[in-house]
Design a protein around this ligand. Structure first.
Ligand SMILES: [Zn+2]
Ligand SMILES: [Zn+2]
Length: 268
């Protein structure tokens, strides 16, 4: 993988406290290697450079690749990576006996074919740099203990499932609850981007001294920065903040539903 260094971010700080000088990037990104991805790796690199992102954590659907295609994918990622923008190869895995559980392996160094969440944990431990339980709302926050034991992070903000305005408060609560038993478990935000025209305005901001994004992620040296607020990688989320977020979701969700149906009606 190409060397990664500080980039010159061009994105205005969206949130009070966000710092333009800190390295930043996006993860949970789908390219045309996924059947539902609209952006080529070249387009994603261009998008990232335009937004001042120093890294793009790709998570294409594993079922759309095989060992041979994965080889081409990782080669293309390295050849498109520059000192200021790294394309990090990774995959999103799903399991036929565990509907809704999608596990992400970032910085995947070799092709793996896990058939169960347990196999994913065994295989990714050796081959991936950072692993994530994506959009846990799909499994109603019920995650196998073997996964919680080893996975790096829980995706607590996914604009596709939670909107770009508010994180998944239930995931933050679940993480608070789990943090005494699984103290290594981090919070992470993934854009789940399939089309750069619909960017969810969510990124990860690394500690300013970070020189290698995957190492910074595994240490938890980052913050999740969204359109309206930023969140720490380390649980527990303070109870006051959680209460405010719960209140905000109760006000926002019904309005968002009305807005959604209105838009669908107007589009007819
Ligand atoms: Zn998914
Ligand atoms: Zn995805």
């Amino acid at each position: 993988m190409a060397a990664w260094s500080m980039t010159t971010p061009q994105l205005d700080p969206l949130v009070p406290g966000s710092d333009k000088r800190r390295p930043r990037g996006i993860i949970h990104v789908h390219s045309t290697y996924s059947h539902d991805g609209k952006d080529s790796l070249e387009e994603l690199r261009e998008f990232a450079v335009g937004h001042g992102f120093g890294f793009v954590g790709l998570t294409d659907h594993a079922e759309d690749l095989d060992a041979r295609v994965f080889e081409a994918y990782t080669t293309q990622c390295s050849s498109l990576s520059t000192p200021t923008c790294t394309l990090i190869p990774g995959l999103e895995f799903r399991f036929s006996q565990y509907k809704g559980l999608h596990l992400l392996a970032l910085g995947l160094r070799r092709w793996i074919e896990p058939h169960t969440p347990e196999e994913f944990i065994a295989l990714s431990g050796e081959s991936a740099a950072f692993t994530i339980v994506a959009h846990p709302v799909l499994v109603d926050y019920v995650i196998p203990p073997a996964v919680l034991d080893q996975v790096n992070a829980l995706e607590v903000w996914n604009p596709g499932y939670n909107t770009r305005y508010l994180p998944d408060v239930s995931a933050l609560e679940a993480l608070n609850h789990l943090s005494s038993r699984y103290p290594r478990l981090l919070a992470v935000g993934g854009v789940d981007m399939h089309d750069r025209a619909k960017f969810g305005e969510l990124y990860l901001e690394l500690r300013s001294s970070a020189t290698e994004p995957l190492a910074a992620l595994s240490r938890g040296d980052y913050r999740i920065v969204g359109k309206t607020m930023s969140l720490s990688a380390r649980p527990p989320t303070p109870l006051m903040k959680l209460a405010t977020l719960q209140w905000a979701r109760r006000v926002f969700d019904p309005l968002n539903r009305v807005h959604g149906s209105l838009r669908r009606f107007m589009d007819r």
